[in-house]
Design a protein around this ligand. Structure first.
Ligand code: NAP
Length: 288
C-alpha cells in the first residue's frame, strides 16, 4: 500500500479540542452554546447518529436539547416543535435528523428552521450564498465542510487542482463542488448520466466520491498520487464480522490505496468530520 491514510477520527478529535477551548471562552462570557436535536420516529440508525452528536456536545461543553416525537407525530406537531426551538434563545442550532417519517414533508420542516440556527447548512439561502462570489453563507453543510477540512489538514493543495466530485446531491456532492470551486479548484461534477466516469476520475488530482454504492470507484480509475475522499457509507455482508455486516465506502479502498497519494478510510474518515463540523457550526452560531 502506498497511500497515506487521512485519519478523520484524529483530525475530528483535534477539532473537538479546539472547540472545547472556544466554548470555555464563551462560557466565561456567560454564553453557553446550545444544540437542539429533533428526532421523529424510531429509525435505529437515526437514534445512533443523534446519540453520537449529543455525546460530542457533552465532550465539548455544548448544551444539548434533545426532543423526540413518535413516528405518528403530525406534520403540525413537528413544525410546532421546530418553531418553539427557533424561538428559544438558549438554542443556537437546530438539527432535524433525517429521514423524517414519510407523511411529514421534509422540506416544510427544514424551511421552518430559522436561517441563523440552520447548523446543517441546508437552507436554500445558505446554499445560494455558497454558490455566489463574494457571499459567505451563515453555515456551510457539515459533510462537505468536513471534506474540505480533511484536504486542508492533510496538506493537500486545492487551488489549481483538477477535482472530480462523483455525486451531485443537495447535501454532499453539490456543496462539495461549490466549496472546491470557491477554493480555486477546477471542478468536474459527475453523476449517474456521466458518459465515461472512469475517464473523468482518471484526470482528477482530488476525487470526492459521494454516490452511495459500495466499492463503486475502482483502483484503476485513480490517477497515481491523487487524493481520495470517500464520503460513502454502505453496509455490506461480511460473515467474518460479529453482526455479519460491515461498513464500507464508495471507493474500492484496497485497490485505490495502492495508487492514490492519500485516502480516507471508511469508517474513520469523513464520518467523524461531519459531527465535528456540526459542533463547529453550533459554536459559531453561539459566538455570533
Ligand atoms: P444521494 O442523494 O443518493 O446521491 C447520490 C449521487 O450519486 C447522485 O448524484 C447520483 O446521480 C450519483 N450516482 C448514483 N449512481 C451513480 C452511478 N452509477 N454513476 C455515477 N453517479 C452515480 O446520496 P448522498 O446523500 O449524496 O450520499 C452519498 C453517500 O454518502 C451515501 O453512501 C451516504 O450514506 C453517504 N453520506 C455519508 C455522510 C457521512 O457523514 N459520512 C454524510 C452524508 C452522506 P444522479 O444525481 O444522476 O442520480
Amino acid at each position: 500500500m502506498t497511500a497515506r491514510i487521512i485519519d478523520g477520527k484524529s483530525i475530528a478529535q483535534a477539532i473537538h479540542g479546539e472547540l472545547r477551548a472556544e466554548v470555555a471562552a464563551l462560557r466565561a462570557r456567560g454564553i453557553v452554546p446550545g444544540l437542539a436535536t429533533v428526532l421523529v420516529g424510531d429509525n435505529p440508525a437515526s437514534h445512533k447518529y443523534v446519540s453520537m452528536k449529543r455525546k460530542s456536545c457533552a465532550e465539548i461543553g455544548i448544551e444539548s436539547f434533545h426532543c423526540e416525537l413518535p413516528a405518528t407525530a403530525t406534520q403540525q406537531e413537528v413544525l410546532d416543535l421546530v418553531q418553539r426551538l427557533g424561538a428559544n434563545p438558549r438554542v443556537h442550532g437546530i438539527l432535524v435528523q433525517l429521514p423524517l417519517p414519510k407523511h411529514v414533508d421534509e422540506r416544510l420542516v427544514l424551511d421552518a428552521v430559522p436561517l441563523h440556527k440552520d447548523v446543517d447548512g441546508f437552507h436554500p439561502l445558505n446554499i445560494g450564498a455558497l454558490a455566489m462570489k463574494g457571499r459567505t453563507p451563515d453555515f456551510v453543510p457539515c459533510t462537505p465542510a468536513g471534506c474540505i477540512e480533511l484536504l486542508d489538514r492533510s496538506g493537500t493543495s486545492i487551488a489549481g487542482a483538477d477535482a472530480v466530485v462523483v455525486g451531485r446531491s443537495n447535501i454532499v456532492g453539490m456543496p462539495v463542488a461549490l466549496l472546491l470551486t470557491g477554493r480555486d479548484a477546477t471542478v468536474t461534477i459527475c453523476h449517474s448520466r456521466t458518459k465515461d466516469l472512469p475517464a473523468a476520475v482518471r484526470r482528477a488530482d482530488i476525487v470526492v466520491a459521494a454516490i452511495g454504492r459500495a466499492h463503486f470507484v475502482k483502483g484503476d480509475w485513480i490517477k497515481p498520487g491523487a487524493v481520495v475522499i470517500d464520503v460513502g457509507t454502505n453496509v455490506i455482508d461480511d460473515p467474518a464480522k460479529p453482526g455479519g455486516k460491515k461498513l464500507v465506502g464508495d471507493v474500492d479502498f484496497d485497490a485505490a490505496a495502492k495508487v492514490a497519494g492519500a485516502i480516507t478510510p471508511v469508517p474513520g474518515g469523513v464520518g467523524p468530520m461531519t459531527i465535528a463540523m456540526l459542533m463547529r457550526n453550533t459554536v459559531r452560531g453561539a459566538s455570533r
